[in-house]
Design a protein around this ligand. Structure first.
Ligand code: PMP
Length: 442
């Protein structure tokens, strides 16, 4: 396959060879896995991407999730350009769009009374953790094995259950993850055992979940799992944090909390919240908890505050892009449109698998389509016994290799995916676009 890319994308190859001189590994975006080497993109429009050599691609990466409307929608771009012309991307001071965006989010996200814009999902998770610790005066955070909550020290992959290797995150002293615990996915009894155990040792500040299941539903949850987690949090006095970085304004304007009808105490935002523009993150929740972030004159002086910051946080460009993206999603029912594209894609892929008798699995939750081609859906390395560990590690390596090669094969066919195993759909993907993609997959 390397030769194929050399022929199809010579300009990309030459640029990446040069990039290796200045950028570690020559890669700064690792979402698409970049195998055999990153392809350089110069144009993004609706459902299509174009590379430096002029090749067109169907876009199922969707920038890693933010572009529910499709790439570079005119309605948002127009407003972003007007903002740039009037005040530039940032001033460090208040802009009306901060208010407009926060109001729109609070009006649509059922559990959110107050919203604070931040720079990324990763840092917003840490803000949530700090608020939970202040509000409960407890330290322990429980996450679900295999879930991704960003790359910060306390939450990064590999604290227990890695996805593609035994220890993915080095350079973190053990003490930093001392209060982070993991439980087996979908095992509600294991969660209760952990909460009960913690109760005798200072308690649990929060349970954080990806509401569709670890890694945006790569390991899907049973329909009542989130409700059960909510009930356990109430029973043991822990806050429930929903990491809706992927799901908010993609599953629907009410996020996964609306879909499952489960109200978290705190909600972490990212991605769609700035519509694919930079600095996408935020924390929302009940006022009772969000007041721990109230730094201004109206802040409650009697409580200790969590420190959050960011020179670029809530910059006018992110806020204007976020506001007009969400408004457009709302006005055009874009989540449902994107979900319809996801349904059509998953159904079509299933038919192709049947036609060729392929032992693969495809399933979708609306506009989030999962494609498993490695035969290794989930390997529990840290729950493996010493004698099964070598085999578990081998399987993880197989999964990574297969995903990389699938991703490259799709790329060669003119389809960009998230690491060959996840495909985000958007409202820009009409039936004709999905059918074009299915013909390529076939
Ligand atoms: N949580 C989840 C569920 C995510 O998918 C991601 C990013 N893929 C993050 C947190 C981290 O967000 P960011 O990349 O903006 O730091």
């Amino acid at each position: 396959s390397l030769g194929y890319f050399d022929e199809k994308c010579p300009k990309s190859k030459a640029m990446i060879d040069r990039a290796k001189e200045y950028i570690p590994g020559g890669v700064q975006h690792n979402l698409a896995f970049n195998y055999p080497y990153p392809i350089v993109f110069t144009k993004a429009e609706g459902a299509y991407l174009y590379d430096l050599d002029g090749n067109p691609y169907l876009d199922f990466l969707q920038a890693g999730g933010p572009t529910v409307l499709g790439s570079n929608p005119e309605e948002v771009r127009k407003e972003a350009v007007a903002l740039l012309e009037s005040c530039g991307p940032s001033t460090g001071l208040f802009h009306e769009y901060e208010l407009k965006l926060a109001q729109l989010i609070c009006e649509n996200m059922p559990s959110v009374e107050k919203f604070r814009m931040l720079n990324s999902g990763s840092e917003s998770v840490i803000a949530a953790v700090r608020v939970a610790r202040l509000a409960t005066k407890k330290k322990k955070i429980i996450k679900v094995g295999g879930a991704y909550h960003g790359w910060m020290d306390q939450m990064v992959y590999g604290t227990r259950i890695p996805r593609t290797g035994r220890f993915e995150a080095h350079g973190i002293p053990k003490a930093y993850t001392k209060h982070t615990q993991e439980v087996y996915p979908n095992d509600i009894k294991a969660l209760e055992r952990k909460l009960r155990f913690n109760k005798l040792r200072g308690g649990t500040a929060a349970v954080i979940v990806e509401p569709l299941g670890p890694e945006s539903g790569t390991r899907p949850v049973p329909i009542n799992y989130n409700k059960q987690v909510r009930a356990l949090c109430d029973k043991y006095g822990a806050l429930l944090i929903f990491d809706e970085v992927v799901t908010a304004f993609r599953v629907g304007m009410q996020g996964a909390q609306g879909y499952f009808d489960v109200m978290p105490d705190l909600t972490v935002f990212g991605k769609v919240v700035a519509g694919g523009y930079p600095s996408a993150g935020g924390l929302g929740g009940k006022n009772e908890y969000m007041r721990y972030l109230a730094a201004g004159l109206d802040g409650d002086k009697k409580i200790k505050k969590a420190k959050v910051g960011g020179t670029m946080a809530a910059n006018p460009l992110s806020c204007v892009a976020g506001y007009h993206t969400l408004k457009q999603i709302l006005d055009t029912d874009a989540c449902a449109q994107a979900g319809k594209a996801g349904d059509r894609l998953a159904k079509g892929l299933q038919e192709i698998m049947q036609k060729y008798q392929l032992p693969y699995v495809v399933y979708n939750q609306g506009s989030i389509v999962h494609l498993e081609t490695s035969g290794v859906l989930f390997v529990d390395v840290n729950f493996a016994k010493p004698w099964t560990l070598p085999n578990a590690l081998k399987q993880i390596k197989i999964r990574k290799d297969v995903m990389e090669q699938m991703g490259a094969a799709f790329m060669a066919a003119g389809i960009v995916t998230l690491a060959g195993s996840r495909l985000y759909t958007s409202a820009a993907q009409t039936d004709a676009v999905i059918d074009e993609a299915l013909a390529k997959f076939d």
